[in-house]
Design a protein. Structure first.
Ligand code: SF4
Length: 371
């Protein structure tokens, strides 16, 4: 009698193993776990995209304190939303979040739709986030397929398709649907969906899958192949363009130190956030100041910052003033005092530069005062 190989038992065995493992050994106690409130689940899912759990924890609590439900978020000023998001990166998420809240309030009377198909029609909600909300909050039998889950499933299935191809992505999504539990309760769907996330985040990690600890090892085709790290297969790798920016840090010293900030354009890098004036070269930055340069412009240490498609090299140039310039050519913008910095949405590297520039204690005192 032939014994069925791991491939044959895999589809039926996967979901029960995953649910059992998640309930015994998966993550628990994260503040968004156990909630069936679509607002909270949606917020956590958006924050967790490309961001570590440890980073999200503080932001999630602060965001909910200020915006406890979709109505308060929808009614907020965009600047306040961006300020609370400041430092989390990928700022288009915050803009979409705000627009999505407004859409839910205006078109759905404040109640999120209950199916993945309807959720996906909302601004900024992709297929995986829609599936997570539908599975966690409404028990829908639908699979999430984010980056972590793609890694787990391609290894589990020894999936040879090239994920740079749309057809392969679709085939993997179909496989993911085939692996779902057959007749799950809402609690089963919660454990299953959380289990997929937990397995990718804690066991089947990018560079060192802990196969010896993995509940899927007996049925995992990637492990059987001896080279689980070979998956996922993706031929097109992202090429980042290198770009240098010169930041004019104009600092007005006095009882209340102030910094000159511009709002970034509505689209592009750091859209809508506040930033010192940006120039493509040191000469351009000096020219913008004209005769003011006599006051002394000092180059600070450059810092690097990676974006999805770009590698930015930021060159801060500092000029300290004792009084507001009168009648000089001057870049557009506004003076912002240290105490008000926390009220402004700042890109993470700019926030760091400013923290280094001002005494950290001042910055922290301002933050504490704003809580
Ligand atoms: Fe990933 Fe290894 Fe588990 Fe397979 S056995 S799912 S490769 S950790």
């Amino acid at each position: 009698m032939s014994v069925p190989g791991p491939g044959a038992e895999l589809p039926a065995a996967f979901a029960p193993r995953l649910i059992d493992w998640q309930r015994r050994a998966g993550r628990s106690g994260l503040p968004w776990q156990g909630s069936r409130d679509p607002y909270r689940v949606w917020l956590s899912e958006v924050m967790l995209q490309q961001t570590q759990v440890s980073t999200v924890l503080g932001y999630y609590g602060r965001f909910l304190d200020r915006f406890p439900d979709v109505h308060t978020l929808a009614a907020a000023e965009t600047d306040e939303v961006m300020a609370l998001w400041s430092g989390l990166g990928y700022y288009s998420r915050a803009r979409h979040l705000h627009r999505c809240a407004q859409t839910v309030v205006l078109r759905h009377a404040g109640a999120f739709p209950s199916t993945a198909a309807e959720l996906e029609k909302l601004p900024g909600i992709g297929a995986s986030t829609a599936a997570a909300i539908a599975a966690f909050c409404f028990g829908e039998r639908v699979s999430i397929v984010d980056g972590n889950v793609r890694r787990v499933l391609t290894r589990l299935l020894a999936f040879e398709g090239d994920l740079a191809q749309t057809a392969s992505q679709r085939a993997l999504w179909e496989q993911a649907q085939n692996l779902l539990p057959l007749h799950p309760s809402a609690d089963d769907m919660t454990a299953y969906t959380q289990g997929l996330m937990d397995l990718g985040a804690t066991v089947c990690t990018r560079s060192r899958p802990a196969c010896e600890l993995c509940p899927m090892q007996p049925i995992c085709l990637g492990w059987r192949s001896g080279e689980p790290q070979r998956f996922p297969i993706k031929t097109r790798t992202l090429k980042r363009r290198h770009e240098s920016w010169w930041l004019l840090m104009l600092l007005l010293r006095g009882g209340q130190d102030r910094i000159w900030l511009q709002r970034r354009p509505a689209s592009g890098i750091w859209a809508g956030l506040f930033c010192p004036p940006v120039y493509p070269s040191e000469e351009a930055a000096r020219e913008a100041l004209g005769p003011m340069q006599a006051g002394g412009l000092a180059a600070l240490d450059a810092v690097s910052h990676s974006l999805t498609h770009r590698e930015l090299r930021l060159h801060p140039m500092l000029m300290q003033l004792q009084a507001e310039p009168q009648g000089e050519a001057w870049p557009d913008g506004q003076w912002v005092s240290v105490a008000m910095l926390e009220q402004h949405g700042l890109p993470a590297p700019v926030k760091l530069l400013l923290q280094n520039l001002f005494k950290p204690s001042l910055f922290e005192a301002a933050a504490a005062g704003s809580n």
